[in-house]
Design a binder for this molecule. Sequence first.
Ligand code: HEM
Length: 216
Amino acid sequence: MSERIRVWDLPTRFFHWLLVLSFAGAFFSADSERNRDLHVLFGYTILGLISFRLIWGFIGSRYARFSSFVYYPKVVYLYLCQLIQNKARHPVGHNPAGAVVIILLLLLGIASGLTGWAVYEDIGTDLLPEWHELISNAMLAVVCVHITGVLVSSFLQGENLIATMITGKKQGEANQAIVSNVSSLAWLLLAIVIALWLWAWPATKGLVWLRQMLPW
Ligand code: HEM
């Protein structure tokens, strides 16, 4: 019998929303030279968060593991065909099409962070800033695909997937639920990120930036 079950552990959810914040921060601080330090801070945060997620992909709970959402291309293709025919069965974890986008986001996040770091440290060729911009714009495009995919999947599955990334709960069978929320690790992750931001905030002149961004 179908019921509300826990699917996403707390570290995965904190990772997701911290990544969203950091990506938005990096995006809005990208253009001006004055906000460079803030942009670098968000870039480092993205790299740190994705490093955590890579490890969590091996030792995390059931649906957070790569083994549950790295699919063969043929499976992705079949899923898309079934989706078009409205015959697709939606897994409790990431669906095959969404999983491809998620893996792309993680890879582009690493590539954007590393090229950004190299530009900041003045390592590499003169073309590197252009590569950094190109990769970051590609990531923005994939984020748009991701958000569209989430909205379309929510409609097709008849379940608000955005809410599931907040509560961690989805409709499913009792035996499909994850056992633990791993809350203590999630709070540790959040504390580390907040401590990093607070520590770096004065150096980034973040308050000045924030005041400029606010409409009032
Ligand atoms: C406000 C906009 C966003 C919303 C509403 C949103 C929503 C979601 C939802 C609902 C999922 C779970 C999908 C599923 O059920 O399979 C998800 C997963 C994910 N999203 Fe987003 N997302 C947003 C923005 C972003 C951004 C900006 C990034 C990257 C920069 C991102 C990266 C990811 C990743 C990596 C996952 C996989 C989570 C994991 O397993 O660790 N999302 N998102």
